[in-house]
Design a protein around this ligand. Sequence first.
Ligand SMILES: NC(=O)C1=CN([C@@H]2O[C@H](COP(=O)(O)OP(=O)(O)OC[C@H]3O[C@@H](n4cnc5c(N)ncnc54)[C@H](O)[C@@H]3O)[C@@H](O)[C@H]2O)C=CC1
Ligand SMILES: N[C@@H](CC=O)C(=O)O
Length: 349
Amino acid sequence: MTEYKLALVGFGGVNRALAQLIAERNEQWKTELGFTLKIVGVTDLFLGSIIGREGLDAGVLTRLPAAKGALAQLPGGEATALNEAVIKDSGADIIVEATFTNPVDGEPATSFCRWALEGGKHVVTTNKGPIALHGSELKALARRNNVAFEYEGSVMSGTPVIRLARQALAGSSIGGFEGILNGTSNFVLTSMEGGLGFAEAVAKAQELGYAEADPTADVEGHDVRLKVVILANELLDAKLTVSDVTCSGISSLSLGDIEQARQDGARWKLIGAAKRQADGSISASVEPRLLSNDHPLASVCGATNAVSFSTGLLGAVTVSGPGAGRTETAFALLSDIISIHQSRAHNQE
Ligand SMILES: NC(=O)C1=CN([C@@H]2O[C@H](COP(=O)(O)OP(=O)(O)OC[C@H]3O[C@@H](n4cnc5c(N)ncnc54)[C@H](O)[C@@H]3O)[C@@H](O)[C@H]2O)C=CC1
Ligand SMILES: N[C@@H](CC=O)C(=O)O
């Protein structure tokens, strides 16, 4: 039976949810997926770090209090985050990177990915910074070291989008996409339609684990801008940088604007889009748009997201599902590990 050893970098909502899934489902995965997962290291800026080459108890890890230095409570644990040691020396095959997204330079997560890939370890990540800002470099590094760099959860959480479009829509001539690509801002807009104030709705999204560490990134469109760059570069073969994408968010929308839209049979949505132009260039934007209620994206509510790909052969193909959430995003990490397992099996045939 194949067993993958994981080191978890960042132990916030998403990686804790992955540990919870491992605690609950490892036995089931043995038969269903043909592998099991063992956590051999955890490191977190706030909680500290621990290495356990023989395997750490996933259930014990998930019950750890969210208190500064809490990993030091476990035998062999440290109150400080020994990131480099956990990534390089824990004996992990796969580094699971889920620290804060830094939309400016992608650090320090990009360095974590580099250390892992250079050391011949696979990387799975939900962090948008390294991919949007340094994706081509990291993909090349992974290829050179014959390991995988997977990031399905970076766009629309656990809803399969990147792999689906890359594999199942290959050859369909994708010419562009538009979508609701941020769970927090869509949750906020839906909550405001129900009469909740902007600040209260943001606080609720934080409580539910949807928002970024700084929710400004969600409501001002910066998070969607990273996702538009990731999708455009991945699926339209664009070479977009963040500054190529025009960006405005939803923070200027008032309860009055939302109510006016309702009376007009419409809804405000934060839309991320990219399109191949006649000269081959790619234009891309993030902006609030007023959609009439019969628009296919108008009925996408709460933390649900949806993206509609314009394809030459099939017309519009729309995918909808969770856009944020701890367990939902942990599922994306599992899907990345499954992809690594399947490629490995394929290479051995
Ligand atoms: N929560 C969600 O619904 C989704 C989150 N993501 C992305 O996944 C990543 C993780 O998200 P969450 O777990 O929700 O965030 P979180 O804020 O709950 O957890 C992040 C953890 O990383 C740790 N951390 C930050 N910088 C670190 C460093 N330099 N070294 C070690 N640890 C560090 C923090 O202490 C924190 O515990 C983020 O990049 C986020 O943008 C992506 C899709 C959905
Ligand atoms: N904060 C993000 C999390 C997923 O990327 C969102 O709300 O969509």
